[in-house]
Design a protein around this ligand. Sequence first.
Ligand code: OOB
Length: 558
Amino acid sequence: MNAMEFRTDSIDAALRGHARRHPLRPALIASGQPGRPGQRITYQQLDTAADRLADRLDRLGLGPGDRIVVQLPNSLEFILLIVGLLRMRAIAVLALPGHRKSEIDHLFRLSGAVGYAVSRQPYGSDSGALTDAVRASHPTLRHVLTADTDRAGDRDLDDLFRTLDGAPLPGAGPQRAGGSSYRPSAPAAPSDLALLLLSGGTTGTPKLIPRTHGDYAYNVLASAEVCGLGQDSVYLAALPAAHNFTLGCPGVLGTLATGGTVVLAADADPGRAFRLIERERVTTTALTPPLLKLWLAEAAWSGHDLSSLRTLQVGGARLSRADAARVGPELGCRLQQVFGMAEGLLCFTRDDDPDDLVLSTQGRPLSAADEIRVVDDEERDLPLGAVGQLLTRGPYTVRGYYGAPEQNAGAFTADGWFRTGDLVRATRTGHLVVEGRIKDVVNRGGEKIPAAEVEDHLAAHPRVAHAALVGIPDPLLGERTCACVVPGAGPDSAPDLRPPTLAELAGFLRERGLAAYKVPDRLEIVDELPRTGAGKVDKRRLGAEIAARIPAGAAPAP
Ligand code: OOB
């Protein structure tokens, strides 16, 4: 069956339809412990469990419009909670598992969330302490839902979440045979807010992206169609499912909305992923370019049967033509390049595109209604083929960030075009090639690091007078981060004015609760930061100066 047959305004309605039509088909497979079969959940089980969870959350006091920060790894809990929240018209604010206090605080400040769903398993440190700290600083937080996402063996779908003190959620009502016990007061309208996604940002600190039930359903279902997803599809979620790419492009939700099967991997480790591909006959998955490199290296000697794989999506950062060309011969599947953004616009190479376009472009827009402009510094349209900033507008691209009127004036034009901050050129075929960016973000292997966010933390160090973060080229990740620091008396001026070391700064940033992936990879001590005429740090010049200091072919800092 084809995705278009399920065109609907609601992801949840599509999922309910599958539960009715083929209740016993597998919806989800959680990867399980190595050597053990994963836990398998049918459409009917998923539908019923989502109803019961929605009912319990409703009894707990959560309702339509409430925001809940969701910070869970790829797990049954994550999927069930997202479906349950969509169903009850509550709004998931998607955090990444690697986020720490600084990012989680920011999400609470921006969203006014009343709930926080978090794994009991620490991500390398202290989820208990994190939860306590968040509760202490955000009085809006009323409900903490905890989950044992690492628990071995089959889990009871009715008891995946507990309150903070370990008690079960308030009981669900009597379950109707084979079906639903929860009835939302009203179904979601297309214009209702569905999700708040975190922006990589174009300037300043990250903002929240309001995605509606209607626009996200379109995003998910049209993506599923472009990828040819249907009931026979088996999608492996190897990247974090909280990323828009993995969640809805078409990802987990696109697979569930078209009746396919989602296989959840705890991470994108190639050995584990290859075992899952072989065991579950995975047809489709998604990676970032650095992970593709690791998969290619593993495939050269692993001997796993990857013959079920039909489509490998690669996106999130620029893919080199050399790596693109290895996908078909070495993994035995079709490459699909994806250039997307959580704000909306998605570009895909298509199955019937000539190979040259698949290898050398980042695809063309998903929808015929997506509008594209490539403009110069004065926002004048450039001729076809010229490199300029991409502006876009369209049916699933937002018109503004959540509650951020001041920032919106800079990020969107008066007539609603989103300034992507990406430098692209368009081909005659309508495909886009990403050539660079003008936004102040480092793209570290697909993870976006807003420079201003890290700079604010660095500037708080007592021996930092000024700090700037730039990206430096890296053979594996595409870019790594370099902190350029002018030492001197910082805010709490100390008598000791030795220039700070990378280890000191890294420790300081971690202590301030910054996610590990944002901690700079390298430190350069400089006398001053080059400035533009307007007095802003000249990042382009600084980046070039730093690149010149690093000997060609030098190993990247660990
Ligand atoms: C995806 O979404 P975000 O919001 O994390 O990041 C968006 C930015 C883009 O503006 C661009 O700068 C960069 O990530 N990007 C790419 C790219 N895909 C994204 N740069 C070069 N080549 C590509 N293929 O990253 C995202 C969202 C949905 C689907 C795929 C990726």
